[in-house]
Every structure is written in C-alpha cells, then in structure tokens.
Write a protein that binds this ligand. Structure first.
Ligand code: CU
Length: 220
C-alpha cells in the first residue's frame, strides 16, 4: 500500500513537470492581465498607494518575461502621470509603474505592448483630501485608527474613555513628540490638536495598551 502510494506520487509529479514551464518556454505574449492597482480611490495630485501592475501571458496563459509594456494616462490632460512610462515584465511576467493622480475625479491608464490587440485599462478615482481630522481616544482603541488629511491640516484627539491613554508617535517622516497623555487623578488632556506639515504616514501608539495603535497620513 505504501509503495503504491509513493509510485502514484512520483508519476503525478513527473506529469506535472513535463507539462510545466521547465520543458517549454512561454510563447509570444498574447494578452495583458491586470494584476494590481486598479480601482483605487485616492486624493488629487498624489501618488496612488498601490503601484499598477500587469502580467503578460501567452496563448496558454503562461506568464511571459521580457515584454516591454507601455503605460499611458488616457484621460484628459491634467489627469496625472505614470512613472516609468515603460517597464519590462520580470521572471513572473509582471510589469509595474507608479501612478499619480491629477486634479480630475476619474483617471484612466492604459497598459499595452507592441502587437497587443486590446490594451488593459485601469480606472482610478480622485477627490479632495479632508482638511481636518478627529480621533476618539477610547477604552482601549483609537477611533478612527487610520485617517488621511491634507498637509497642514489639524488633527484633534479627544478623550472619550476613562482609562489612562497617551498618543506617542513611533514612526513617520519625522518622529514627533508625544502630544497626548491622560491622567485620571488630574483630569488632564481631554483634547489635543496637532497639524502635520510634512507629507507621509505618521504611526502612533498608546504605550499603556498593547495593540492600541493609529496613523495619520498627510497628503498634498
Ligand atoms: Cu491606551
């Protein structure tokens, strides 16, 4: 019984190896499949959080490396830009680019290669970033934990719980000083406000409670 099982396994593995990529290189690229970054909602004149990526495949749906992919913003002028405008698929058949929104609410980006019949099209959504932020400091979490504001906007943390909490910045474009510390005896710090002058993501924690974390992302 054991021997038969081993033989069956070996046969299965051999069959897989023969039909796999090891014996036949992928054929010429036939199509581009979107593999990341489509349908993001982000803020005017900012780079999208997730890069755009496509996978080049042959007629058997196998990924094709070495394909030069051309990226282009296809919506109207002022809709942002991609960088780079050409990229080559890697060993996994994947090519990527970064995409920045412009001032329009809808942006479309195409990806293609020479000879491709129908380009892959990405659609991204832009909006104006919030110009203020508010976070409840609760027992024991921040609500909302992750917020986005326009650079220079104020964010206010307000104590709504009764436990002793703090807002201690742990990473970001610069490490900011602790701005919030509640004290049950003295009743201090029911509310504190800070503005964020430099774009980027600032992460903070309450050092009194494990997993009590939050972030502020300042965008242009
Ligand atoms: Cu806390």
């Amino acid at each position: 019984m054991t021997t038969k099982r081993v033989i069956t396994l070996v046969a299965a593995v051999s069959a897989w190896a023969c039909s796999g990529d090891s014996t036949q290189p992928p054929g010429p690229p036939l199509d581009l499949m979107k593999s990341g970054g489509d349908g993001q909602s982000w803020y005017f004149n900012n780079r999208l959080p997730t890069p755009l990526s496509v996978t080049a495949v042959d007629a058997s749906s196998r990924p094709v490396p070495g394909v030069v992919v051309t990226w282009a913003v296809t919506s109207s002028a002022g809709s942002g830009a991609v960088n780079p405008q050409q990229s080559t698929t890697d060993a996994g058949g994947v090519a990527t680019t970064t995409d920045s929104l412009g001032a329009s609410t809808t942006q479309t980006v195409s990806a293609s290669f020479t000879g491709l019949q129908s380009a892959a099209t990405f659609t991204e959504i832009g909006s104006a970033p919030p110009t203020s932020g508010a976070v409840d400091v609760r027992d024991d979490n921040f609500n909302l934990p992750d917020i986005v504001v326009q650079t220079g906007s104020n964010v206010t943390w307000t104590r709504t719980g009764v436990n002793h909490h703090n807002v201690t910045f742990v990473s970001g474009p610069s490490i900011l000083s602790k701005i919030f510390e509640t004290d049950l005896e003295n009743g201090t710090a029911t509310s504190r406000t800070r503005s964020f002058a430099v774009p980027g993501t600032y992460r903070y924690s309450c050092t009194n409670h494990a997993n009590m974390n939050g972030s502020v992302t300042a965008v242009h």
